[in-house]
Design a protein around this ligand. Structure first.
Ligand code: OGA
Ligand code: MN
Length: 284
């Protein structure tokens, strides 16, 4: 069985078939997969019914997994759970519950874990239960956004450092952290421009958690971060989920966002594993 890569836009997002990621991959199989990931930033794999154990095993091919910290219902495990179902009872969570308000922030363009001291290489999201309508996830290329910049702007951005702040981004979506939650997630700084160590392609690390460019005037910084998102959104792809789909995205080269669904009438359960970038060359 040979892995087939089908591009979904000219330079971003590809569908992968002819590989079974629910079973262990050998080194050659994973090397081909990793190369496709570096090339396309977002890989869509239909019909790969991962359970928690096989999702962890597959995800570990990329590197060490992050452990989820407080606020997400799956805190303390390697999973981040995006769901309207109570983690213990499976009952639908009322729309006005704090847990649903928290998830609304996923509807802003973002890159996972940029608010952590070590950002994430990639996320693996598996669709365990999907609503009949709604709940698509959109992806946009921050590599394409960088590629559109004038040389003079590139020069300024290549040395720029951005402050990322989790309580700031949740606030944007109308979710207020308690003082305890805020204290757990102090702001962190990352270089704005990322260089993929395997192919040299540059991208920008932006999205909802990106609060400001350090040392820039507030309006100038906000305008630049917003412009970069607008550019990225011109190179986007929307995925309509089917149960058993798995999507892997490069958190350094893409942003993503959730879209609405009727959380009172439909059940949605998505399990995410998040791979740390601490073993990547650019993190050293
Ligand atoms: C995530 C995420 C979007 C969605 O899992 O990181 O942003 O549509 N998910 O559930
Ligand atoms: Mn996310």
């Amino acid at each position: 069985m040979a892995m087939t890569v089908t591009p979904l836009t000219p330079d971003f997002c590809a569908r992968i078939t002819g590989i079974n990621i629910t079973l262990p991959l050998n080194d050659a199989e994973f090397a081909g997969f990793r190369a496709a990931f570096d090339r396309w930033s977002v890989l869509i794999l239909p019909g790969q019914p991962l359970d928690d154990a096989s999702q962890i095993a597959f995800s570990e091919n990329f590197g060490p997994l992050e452990s989820t910290r407080s606020v997400n219902p799956a805190a303390g495990t390697p999973f981040a759970r995006q769901s309207n179902l109570d983690i213990k009872t499976g009952a639908v969570i009322p729309a006005d519950d704090r847990r649903m308000a928290y998830q609304k922030a996923n509807m802003l363009w973002h890159s996972d874990s940029t608010f952590k001291a070590v950002p994430s290489l990639c996320s693996v999201l598996s669709a365990r239960q999907v609503p009949a309508v709604g709940g698509a996830t959109k992806f946009a290329s921050t590599r394409a956004a960088y590629a559109e910049l004038d040389e003079a702007v590139c020069l300024r951005l290549d040395t720029a450092v951005v402050e990322h702040d989790f309580s700031y981004s949740r606030g944007l979506a109308g979710f207020e952290f308690t003082a305890d939650e805020t204290a757990q997630f102090p702001p962190v700084r990352h270089r704005l421009v990322r260089v993929n160590a395997n192919n040299g392609r540059k991208s920008v690390l932006i999205g909802a958690h990106a609060k400001s460019i350090v040392g820039w005037k507030a309006e100038e910084s906000r305008a630049m971060l917003d412009d970069l998102l607008v550019c990225a959104a011109r190179h986007s792809y929307s995925h309509d989920w089917r149960q058993g789909d798995v999507v892997i995205w490069d958190n350094q080269a893409a942003v993503h966002r959730a879209t609405p669904y009727d959380s009172v009438r439909h059940r949605r359960l998505m399990q995410r594993t998040t791979i740390s970038s601490r073993n990547e060359a650019y993190a050293q």
